[in-house]
Structure formats: C-alpha cells, structure tokens
Ligand binder design. Structure first.
Ligand SMILES: Cc1cc2nc3c(=O)[nH]c(=O)nc-3n(C[C@H](O)[C@H](O)[C@H](O)COP(=O)(O)O)c2cc1C
Length: 401
C-alpha cells in the first residue's frame, strides 16, 4: 500500500497529443494506492479510447454532460465532491482558456468550476501556442486563483519542433500530487489506535479457534487516517492481507495479546476504533497435538476473554471510542444497547446474512450509529465506508475542540 493510499484522484484528460501519457500517469497513481477516476473531453476520446482508461483504473470514464441514461443526473457535482484532488493532465490551450474564463460547456470544464479540492493543471501544447499572450494570461489568472500549474517542460514536441510546451515529466507531476495531498490533513496532530483482524485461541499446538475476519476494514481505516495526517497505531491479528506499509503495526495472535497491545497504546490516543473480531472465548492450551480419538477434546474448558471495548469504555475520558457490531436481528436496537453499555461514541453494525456483508468481503452495508443519529449505509467498498466513518469522526472532533 503506497503513499497515496485511499486518496481519490480525479484525472482530467483533454485533447493533447500527450494524452497517451495520462495512461501511464493513471497507473503510477494507482500503484501508489490512489483510487483514480478519469473525466475526459470528447476530443480527447478521439485520441485515446476511454476503454483504455477504464481498463487501467477499473472505473467507468466520465465524459458526456448529457448522456441518454445516467445513474446520477448531477454527475459533475458528484465527481467534484468525490475528488481529493483534480489533476488535469494534459491540459490543452482550449481547456486552460475555458477554465480561466469560467466557461462550462462540457463535463470536465463544469466539474472544474464545481470542485472544492486542490486543482493541478499540467499544460501540454506546441510552444507557439504556449507562448501566445492569451494562454500566458490565462495561466497567470489560474495561478492567482490558487490552481497549481506544473510545467510545461522543454524539449522535443509532437509537431516535430523543439521548445517549451511538452507535458511535464510524469515523475514531476506525481511528486506534485503527493506534495499537495500529504500536506497537513483533517486528522493532523491526532493519535488514532485501530484494531483489526481476527485472534487465534490455541486448543493445542496445531489447532485454534478463530473467525474469518481478514482485517480489511481496520486496514482501510488505518491507511486513510494516516494519509489524512493522523499518527496511527494498528494492532492486528493474523491475516493474509498486508497492512498499510506506512502505518505503525503491531501484530498479535491471541485475544490476550490483543488486549495488552491495545490497552498499552490507549492512554494517549484521541480516537480508538476497535474493528478487530476478537474471540469471546479462550481456553488453556494443551501441549503437543491432541490425538483424534483422544478424550481431551471433550474436556475443553472455554472461558471468556477480556472485553477490551468495555475496558476502554471504563477509562474513556475525552477519547472518542468506536466499535463494530454484527447482529442478525434487531440490528439497531442491539447495536445501540452495546454502544451505551460499553460507553462508545459510535458503532457500525452489519448483518452478515445480507449479500456482500459477510466476514472477509471487500464490501459492507449496515448502520452507522451515534447517540444522535442512525445513518443507513448502502452496500459499498470498505474503503468508502472507512472514509465515511473518518469524516464523521473529524466532524465530532471539530465540535469538541
Ligand atoms: C493530433 C492532435 C494533437 C493535438 N495536440 C494538442 C496539444 O498538445 N495541445 C493543445 O492545446 N491542443 C492540441 N490539439 C488541439 C486540440 O485538440 C483542440 O484545441 C481541441 O479543440 C481541444 O479540445 P479539448 O480541450 O476539449 O480537449 C491537438 C489536436 C490534434 C488533432
């Protein structure tokens, strides 16, 4: 998991011959962990087929302002809200002119006017076009308005001449994206402790009691919180999924080890999110391997493990405490009861019997509950859910400051 883990980058592609380089740029951003959506002009689609971007990004390409059928009639606003950063690379002289003068006659220029997040424009054109006073004036105006302009570079141009106008080096564009997105984020200065994954309670040396949790939810929360500036400690059980490489991780096996690691790291945390599926029971571990026909199996003595969340609730102070619940019936009432009993500020509850919400799935759906509200969460990727939870926590923090 890379430096842009979980960040939403809207990549705008306009009709410059350098449009083919945007494919490589999209790949670099995705490799660094970003989620990339492409919005392109109809002219750009004459040069590079949208299908190529769809294949590279795994997402639909946005182009038409007025398609016959559309899931969301307010797509330009949806896209603008979705983006953490809007990167237009390559940007034609035409797009730059429209952006500078407020023209909104296609999806990309309309989105440009709607977007709230940082914008980077990487111009690419013939050097005479670039030096034209109107283009220079437009660039100056955009810069004054806070738009980041990267490049253009100097060198060989597609028209056979050489000069200033070629798309900036892709590494330079990439570094600019990282630089902007890694500025202090909404969770800068906050310490977040997150638990994730299953625990194992060994019966003997080769068998254990566990559950199918993969840790995905907690890993998403940890990666995104970190890229939003938080100092994250991630305590996780054994899983085949890699935790985000840039987050401080502590790997544990048993519920007892999980309890120790979490409680040791709890005192200076501002937020604690317990997304781990901790075993409710443990048992004395028997040395060696119990024989299949042995009578020892009938003597297994299960005893309850420490309730980490309840323990955290008792020593909560000003911390924000978030729990997860799995309920097959009376979801909201049961989750609310758990939230109150354990002194939590927020709880996410799901019903594993519903499609796409089983343990280990990449998606989830359910209810996000606080003392004030119950928000229904439709089926979505766990990365999206992590962002919703963290955004809500940012809101709560801003009210308690
Ligand atoms: C093959 C080809 C390459 C072009 N390359 C550029 C370019 O690098 N920069 C530019 O500003 N315009 C370039 N143009 C002209 C733009 O495509 C033209 O101005 C178009 O109207 C821009 O549309 P758009 O901004 O909606 O994508 C090129 C045109 C063609 C046919």
């Amino acid at each position: 998991m890379g430096i842009l883990y979980g960040r939403h980058i809207l990549l705008g592609v306009t009709a410059s011959v350098a449009a083919y380089k945007s494919c490589e740029l999209a790949r670099m951003l995705i490799k660094a962990g970003a989620v990339v959506r492409v919005v392109m002009t109809e002219h750009a689609a004459e040069l590079v087929r949208p299908l190529l971007f769809e294949t590279l990004t795994g997402n639909k390409v946005f182009m038409e302002m007025f398609p016959e059928m559309r899931d969301d009639p307010m797509e330009h606003i949806g896209l603008a809200d979705w983006a953490d950063l809007f990167l237009i690379a390559p940007a034609t002289a035409n797009f730059i002119g429209k952006a500078a003068s407020g023209v909104a006659d296609d999806l990309i220029s309309t989105t440009f006017l709607t977007v709230d997040s940082p914008v980077i424009i990487a111009p690419a054109m013939n050097s005479r076009m670039w030096q034209d006073p109107s283009v220079q004036a437009n660039i100056e105006l955009l810069q004054e308005r806070g738009v980041g302009i990267i490049g253009p570079g100097t060198g060989e141009l597609a028209c056979g001449t050489s000069g200033e106008g070629r798309l900036a080096n892709l590494d330079t564009i990439f570094d600019a994206v990282v630089g902007i997105l890694n500025k202090p984020g909404p969770l800068s200065g906050r310490k977040i402790l997150i638990s994730a994954g299953p625990t194992r309670e060994f019966i003997d040396e080769v068998r254990f009691i566990s559950n199918p949790s993969t840790g995905r939810m907690g890993f998403m929360l940890a990666g995104i919180a970190s890229s939003w500036g938080a100092e994250v400690v991630l305590v996780h059980g054994p899983t085949h999924i890699e935790p985000p490489g840039f987050v401080r991780s502590i790997e544990v096996i048993s519920a007892e080890e999980m309890a120790t690691a979490v409680l040791n790291n709890a005192p200076d945390a501002d937020i604690i999110i317990m997304a781990a599926a901790v075993s409710d029971w443990t048992l004395p571990r028997i040395d060696g391997k119990i024989k299949k026909k042995g009578r020892d199996f009938q003597k297994l003595e299960l005893r309850p493990t420490k309730d980490i969340l309840a323990e955290l609730g008792k020593q909560k102070g000003t911390k924000i405490l978030v729990g997860f619940a799995v309920e097959t019936e009376n979801m909201i009432e049961n989750a609310r009861e758990k939230m109150n009993r354990k002194n939590l500020d927020m709880i996410f509850v799901n019903n594993p019997r519903e499609a796409g919400t089983t343990f280990g799935a990449a998606t989830n759906a359910g209810y996000l509950i606080t003392s004030r509200e119950e928000r229904k969460i439709p089926l979505m990727d766990k990365g999206e859910l992590a962002r919703i939870i963290l955004k809500r926590l940012v809101d709560i923090l801003s009210k308690t400051d």
